[in-house]
Design a protein around this ligand. Structure first.
Ligand code: PMM
Length: 272
């Protein structure tokens, strides 16, 4: 999954693709570089971010979705709002990526159930403004698994096809560095929930804090690519279904090496 934020203020690529032409060109490039789906977001979810209203979010994403869908690029809509998801699906998005796991908008499940589309349910405890206050866990992996199980039960009860649900640990969302590392180390426990798992570490600040310089300064966002690639390869090797990244080409290259080096999937394939 390739990331395309059409926002002025996302932490990773804020402002870079805010214009229609630049956004469409980048979406096409992500798809050409190997993204099976391009994830379009119109509201920043970086820690501390203020919300934008639904009409603003719709006006940012819908024109980009229309053009990319017409160009044959498979798309997901990164939103927590039912109205935005409905407008995006109408414009051509095929997947709903909901960082709130259905918690932010009670209308989301009905939109997804009606569309019959895949729904990515991410682990979430609250909106960006105050989410880091909610990073309180005894056993982060067990609690994320329990809370995601509840999200799946609620989605299925609302009529969503369980076969279309994807789970995501929500790295950085109400999580401190140690929580993200624990979730990475024990990803198998999330995979054991029996749903496809999306892993989305790309360029996140805990990677920057791992790679401090001699003065103790974290590595800037644009210089976390090698670390991102390592997280993606480890996640896929552990059984993740997909990774959400900014640099699709570099990730696709790394995963090609992993596959060629005898991934279990390749071995299965060559022995069949
Ligand atoms: N992270 C961001 C945005 N959307 N969606 C999913 N499913 N999982 C994530 O971890 C996630 C997301 C924030 O990062 P960005 O600014 O790079 O988009």
């Amino acid at each position: 999954m390739g990331v395309l934020n059409v926002t002025p203020d996302s932490f990773s690529d804020g402002g870079r693709y805010a214009g229609l032409e630049a956004a469409v060109a980048h979406g096409v490039a992500l798809h050409r570089d190997g993204a099976d789906v391009v994830d379009i977001g119109g509201e920043s979810t970086r820690p501390g971010a203020d919300r934008v209203d639904a009409p603003t979010e719709i006006s940012r994403v819908v024109p980009v979705i229309r053009e990319l869908a017409a160009a044959g690029v498979p798309l997901s809509i990164d939103t927590t709002r039912a109205a935005v998801a409905a407008a995006a699906i109408e414009a051509g998005a095929a997947v709903v990526n909901d960082v709130s796991g259905g918690l932010a908008d009670p209308g989301m499940a009905a939109v997804v159930a009606d569309a019959g589309c895949p729904w990515i349910l991410m682990h979430w405890r609250g909106h960006s403004r105050r989410m880091q206050e909610l990073a309180d866990y005894r056993d982060v992996v067990a609690e994320v698994c329990d809370e995601l199980r509840q999200r799946v039960d609620d989605a299925v009860a609302a009529g969503v096809d369980p076969a279309r649900i994807v789970l995501d640990p929500g790295l950085g969302f109400a999580k401190r560095g140690e929580h993200n590392w624990a979730l990475s180390a024990r990803l198998g426990e999330l995979i054991a929930l029996g749903r496809p798992v999306l892993f989305a570490a790309s360029r996140k600040s805990y990677l920057g804090r791992l790679l401090v310089d001699a003065k103790g300064e974290p590595r800037p966002v644009d210089d976390r690519e090698a670390a991102t690639i390592a997280t993606s390869v480890l996640a896929v090797a552990a059984g993740a279904w997909g990774v959400r990244v900014h640099d699709v080409r570099a990730t696709a290259d790394a995963l090609a090496v992993w596959r060629a080096t005898g991934s279990p999937r390749l071995e299965r394939h060559t022995h069949e």
